[in-house]
Design a protein around this ligand. Sequence first.
Ligand SMILES: [Zn+2]
Length: 197
Amino acid sequence: MRKVELSKKPMRFRPSASHSPPSTLLLPPSAVDDSLFMGEALKEARNALAQGDFPVGCALAYGGRVIARGRRKGTTDGGGNELDHAEMVALRRLVKMKQAPEAAAITAYCTMEPCLMCFSALMLHGIGAIVYAYEDAMGGGTACPREGLNPLYRDSRIVVRSGIRRAESLALFKAFFSNPANRYWRASHLAEYTLKQ
Ligand SMILES: [Zn+2]
């Protein structure tokens, strides 16, 4: 059983900007849901690739449906934009929702392991779980040891699961790095790691 964070308060809708500590509601694991929602994130990643962008997608799921989504932007000129990551785009859309659900009950589906920026943003927002497809062997941040950090990070009970539909995400990165027109992270450790698989 996956743990479910149970709030001391009854679960209710509230503005997502709330910074109260994340409550813990551990739901039974559902591989079907994980696969389904990752499919939605993969659609975003495919759209990014079709636009010539780095193929990362993110879907924020709550209550059996996707409530916000995003794809990577700003990489078509080779780089320089490290703000418009798929997770940040999705979080910005979540923040704009008039009545966003309790963040701890939201799961972020990411086609690539979130970087430190996105991992921190998801944690600070109080998102309950992250599920990612393909590990980021160069810039992934989710395995960062948090014991020595300040309480907000150290005490976060965010759940991370990995490897869901990994092969499909990997195929998109292979396609991206195989295209000479794409200069973003060209000849990087990540490109090498991806293309040798
Ligand atoms: Zn990121």
